[in-house]
Write a protein that binds this ligand. Structure first.
Ligand code: DQA
Length: 139
């Protein structure tokens, strides 16, 4: 089972930015946790981070034919990127949207996800564990 994990914009700063919201684990810590879980559960994971919408779209396109599932934290793109939504919809690879914070308990502009309607589900608010919960739901 091959899974592509996509971390969107600003997630490279996790552990340093707004730690009261996103926690103190760095992206490297989160990726290590994902890798450990994946190895234990015999899931192949590819880890990718980008701050650029087009790069995320290219990555989603490149998953066709070699990836069974996508787990994506689209960062702020969650709330307005129709282009990422269309890419997920186009490739027809089952995708789960994840967030470190509970986007439903924050500012009003985070309440809307344009990505969630083309995903199998959304997991939000469990910190780095959101990624693991997504992976667990896939296996
Ligand atoms: C986030 C939530 C988004 O609203 C925000 O723009 C982020 C991080 C999260 O993981 O909680 O950059 O996706």
């Amino acid at each position: 089972m091959r899974t592509l994990i996509i971390h969107g914009p600003n997630l490279n700063l996790t552990g340093k930015r707004e730690t009261e919201i996103y926690g103190k684990s760095t992206l490297d810590d989160i990726n290590r946790m994902i890798k450990e879980w994946a190895d234990k559960n015999k899931v192949e994971v590819e880890l990718f981070q980008s701050n650029h919408e087009g790069e995320i779209i290219d990555k989603i396109h490149s998953a066709v034919g070699n990836t069974d599932f996508i787990v994506i934290n689209p960062g702020a793109f969650t709330h307005y990127s129709i282009a990422i939504r269309d890419a997920i919809s186009a490739v027809e690879i089952p995708t789960i949207e994840v967030h470190l914070s509970n986007v439903h308990a924050r500012e009003f502009f985070r309440l809307k996800s344009v990505i969630a309607p083309v995903c199998k589900g959304q997991i939000s608010g469990f910190g780095p564990k959101s990624y693991i919960l997504a992976l667990e739901s896939l296996v």
